[in-house]
Design a protein around this ligand. Structure first.
Ligand SMILES: [Zn+2]
Length: 370
């Protein structure tokens, strides 16, 4: 892959190209935006370009050469001056052996895989690049520990924090970095991509709308569909049950959703061996909550602006019934409950409890609030 192939992030590419041309690139960046819109890919291509020994410049567009020793090592995943920093590295820290996968990005990982390495000079290239994934999971002490490095990184260093939630970063962290915002990817481009993967049109359209600009999320759902995880069928059933189930059915329905979530997670784990089981379980659970949010959102929109295209365009009748069941205010409250549940999932609350609470909340508007 090369810089030219970065998908649908022209503005970002333009900012980085201009920085490269002027030689005045920032030593600390925040790449901000939804999960799955190309932040890591862009950071990798930027790193590859900064590390390349003979960058190619054509029509004012700089790209890595793809053939020098640096590019070859980079592509093989073994460049000594490229450092990908992520929470699962805790297992390889001094005291991390045998500990479960962390929820936050631990301070030990930051100390051992970033701070300790920043001060040693690059060994192969003239520069050294650090890409920190899920920077929104840096807690306050990890961020404080990073401040000095972000303030005065050695001139050969480029540190990139990838972040889905800017509000989670301290003002002191943000003020030391140049923030580059990644916009959502156009729905039609996502549909095109999913169709190329072999997903039929109606499903591709639905996954693209559900993903709301996250190509990465849409591609994962498409891969799950192709691997027979039956996500699309599950969504159909789930939206239908939301229309009619009663408070007394909540726990049964929660159990069914939990089982679907486990089934999806099992297929997902086969497709993605690099991610921890805990994170995959969370992603599967989050996908199902997103499906519920999308249905509630459609119902709310139908009550306010009936002309707007629905995410669940393929279940019009059910959405109409759901809009009859919950008025605008109720839908809005329930959507807000669902977002709370998404945060619970992130913080590692037991999934059975999560789905039970979610379904009880949805069935009843007065009691059992989160
Ligand atoms: Zn090169």
């Amino acid at each position: 892959m090369s810089f030219k192939e970065i998908f649908c992030q022209d503005k970002v590419v333009d900012i980085l190209q201009r920085a490269f041309a002027s030689g005045k690139w920032a030593h600390a960046y925040i790449f901000a935006g939804l999960e799955g819109i190309g932040k890591f890919k862009t950071a990798s291509e930027w790193a590859k370009l900064l590390l390349c020994k003979k960058p190619v410049i054509e029509n004012d567009f700089a790209d890595s050469c793809g053939s020098c020793q640096s590019c070859r090592l980079f592509e093989a995943g073994s460049h000594p001056d490229f450092n990908s920093v992520y929470k699962e590295l805790r297992e390889f820290t001094k005291d991390g052996k045998g500990k479960p996968p962390p929820v936050d990005l631990p301070i030990d990982v930051i100390r051992e895989f970033l701070i300790a390495k920043v001060s040693t000079r690059p060994t192969l290239s003239q520069r050294k690049v650090f890409v920190v994934s899920e920077a929104e999971k840096l807690n306050a002490s990890s961020q404080n520990c990073l401040l000095k490095v972000l303030e005065e990184p050695p001139e050969y260093c480029c540190i990139i924090l990838l972040c889905t939630r800017l509000e989670r970063l301290l003002p002191t962290t943000k003020s030391r970095c140049q923030t580059i915002r990644f916009g959502p990817i156009d729905e039609n481009r996502i549909v095109e991509k999913l169709s190329q993967m072999g997903i039929e049109e109606k499903q591709a359209q639905y996954f693209a709308r559900l993903a709301q600009g996250s190509l990465g999320a849409a591609c994962w759902w498409a891969k799950l569909e192709l691997a027979d995880a039956d996500l699309y069928e599950t969504k159909g059933k789930l939206v239908s049950s939301l229309v009619s189930y009663e408070f007394a059915d909540a726990l049964d329905l929660a159990q069914q959703i939990l089982e679907e979530s486990k089934k999806i997670a099992a297929v997902w784990a086969d497709l993605d061996k690099a991610t921890s089981k805990t994170d995959i379980n969370r992603r599967a659970a989050k996908s199902l909550v997103q499906i519920i949010i999308s249905a509630l959102h459609d119902a709310m929109t139908l009550n306010v602006t009936p002309t707007k295209e629905a995410i669940n365009f393929d279940q019009k009748e059910q959405i109409e019934k759901l809009a009859g069941r919950f008025d605008t205010e109720q839908s809005a409250e329930k959507i807000s409950d669902c977002y709370k549940i998404l945060r619970w999932i992130e913080s590692g609350v037991n999934e059975k409890l999560i789905f039970e609470q979610l379904l009880l909340n949805l069935a009843d508007s007065d009691t059992m609030r989160v």
